[in-house]
Every structure is written in structure tokens, then in C-alpha cells.
Design a protein around this ligand. Structure first.
Ligand code: MLT
Length: 264
């Protein structure tokens, strides 16, 4: 489905009925990363996956990339779909967007699943790294970004034993446009510290992290779990940053149990 939102076209999928669950992908991927979740969960819930601006089949304009802008895109799409309140799942950058979304639209959030993400802002070193990566994207293209990103996203064991998954992740990155990649990098570099927000998140919250996650390690997940009132924390073994792709069954079980708790 393609929807005109805030002056650009945003692509999304909407499958199933019941409690709406909205999935926001990580950087620099797209909504196809949620295929295993969509397939497993759409018989019980309404599953909405979105290509964030700059990715997948959505437009990748040259400018206006902030996490708040992405949150505004999501709310406009939900308005279009007639969804008042939903459960939100955000992985990594998707989680950063959920913090921006919660700041502005808390009343629309029924519950949060924060997967492989963190609340802290970038360090100076982290911001410099983003600038370097944007330069690589600009000079060498998305395939060079895939070379840098794949070892950060997947565990060494996954890279060795799951060539199809590696190829799927590479294809998502290689399909991203430079404007989207550079735009996201700037948006993430400029994001505020969300640690002060954590104690104000009062909706039910599930945190998920891969035990081998390097960009957002379990220590970051524990920090969120300590500050968000009553948050639950699940650490998935044998997974790095892309827990939903590396261990889809474990990931789906956690999401299903959490979503079913809203029906009690
Ligand atoms: C992501 O997976 O979205 C990125 O690793 C997030 C980041 O670079 O901070």
C-alpha cells in the first residue's frame, strides 16, 4: 500500500485483524525485515509494517530527516488507516523513533516493544562515525555500507552459517538510496538523550536484546529496563543486533505473549 504522507509517498503493509501492532525497522533496512513476524502473527493480530522515509518502497527525498519527522510520518499513516491506539515494535533506529513518537503522541501508544535499541544519545565519537559512514555512502554507494554494516548487525555464527540471511540483509541495504542513508545518519546523530524520558513511560513495555548485540548491547537494554516502570526484559541467546531475523521464533514468542497480555 502506498500513502501520500507529509508530501511524500510512504509504503506499508497492513495484514490481519485484531490488536494493531506497528513495526518500525532499523537502519538502513526496510519493512521486509519483518516478514517472519508478519507471517507468524497476522492470524492473531493486525500487523502493520512501514518503510520509513528513505527506505524500501517509500520515497527518499533529499531532506527533512529527523526522528520526529519519522514519528510524524507514522502518525499520519495511522490516521489514514483509522488506528487510534496500537502496540509499537521498534528495532534499533525504529526504537529511537519510538522515543520521539512517545514524546509527541503518548496517548496513541498502548504498549512498546523496544528491540535492540538504546535511550542514550550518540557520543561525540559516535557522531563522527556517522559522518564517516555518510561519506562512504556518498562516495562508494550502498554496497560499501553493506560491507560495514553486516558484521555489526549479524553474529559471526549467523554470517558463517546463514548465507541466505546475509544476502537478504545485504539486499535491503543495497536497495536503500543514498539520500535515505545519509538522512538517517544525520537524524540519529542529532537525536536527543532519551534517558530522562524513560521514567515517564507508563505504558506496558517489553525490552528485547540479542545477547551478542554490539551496537546496542544488553547493558543498554538493562538501563532501559531499570528506568522504565515495570518494563520486562528478554535477552535472546545466539543473536546479535537483528534478533527478529536471527532468532525469529524466540522473537515472535515474546511479541505474542506481550500482545496477548493486552487481551486479558
Ligand atoms: C540500527 O540498527 O538501526 C542502527 O544500528 C542504529 C544505530 O546506528 O544507532
Amino acid at each position: 500500500m502506498k500513502t501520500l504522507v507529509n508530501g511524500i509517498t510512504i509504503a506499508s503493509s497492513d495484514q490481519g485483524t485484531g490488536l494493531p501492532i506497528v513495526f518500525l525497522h532499523g537502519f538502513p533496512l526496510n519493512r521486509t525485515m519483518w516478514a517472519a513476524q508478519e507471517n507468524a502473527l497476522c492470524s492473531q493480530f493486525r500487523i502493520i509494517t512501514i518503510d520509513l522515509r528513505g527506505h524500501g518502497e517509500s520515497d527518499a527525498p533529499l531532506w527533512r530527516y529527523t526522528l520526529e519527522q519519522s514519528a510524524d510520518d507514522v502518525i499520519a499513516l495511522l490516521d489514514h488507516l483509522g488506528i487510534q491506539r496500537a502496540l509499537f515494535v521498534g528495532l534499533s533506529m525504529g526504537g529511537y523513533i519510538l522515543f520521539a513518537f512517545h514524546r509527541k503522541y503518548a496517548a496513541r501508544v498502548k504498549g512498546l516493544i523496544l528491540a535492540d535499541t538504546k535511550a542514550q544519545a550518540d557520543t561525540e565519537e559516535g557522531r563522527n562515525g556517522r559522518f564517516q559512514l555518510a561519506q562512504i555512502a556518498y562516495k562508494k554507494g550502498p554496497s560499501a555500507i553493506a560491507d560495514v554494516m553486516v558484521p555489526k548487525l549479524l553474529s559471526p555464527a549467523t554470517i558463517q552459517t546463514s548465507p541466505d540471511l546475509v544476502q537478504q540483509v545485504r539486499a535491503m541495504i543495497e536497495g536503500s538510496q543514498i539520500s535515505g542513508i545519509a538522512g538517517d545518519l544525520m537524524a540519529m546523530a542529532l537525536r536527543p538523550d532519551s534517558v530522562p524520558l524513560l521514567s515517564r513511560i507508563t505504558c506496558p513495555t517489553q525490552i528485547i536484546v540479542g545477547e551478542l548485540d554490539q551496537p546496542t548491547p544488553p547493558s543498554d537494554a538493562k538501563l532501559m529496563a531499570e528506568h522504565i516502570p515495570h518494563a520486562r526484559l528478554a535477552i535472546i541467546p545466539n543473536a546479535a543486533h537483528l534478533t527478529n531475523l536471527e532468532q525469529p521464533e524466540a522473537f515472535n514468542q515474546i511479541v505474542t505473549a506481550f500482545a496477548l497480555s493486552f487481551e486479558k
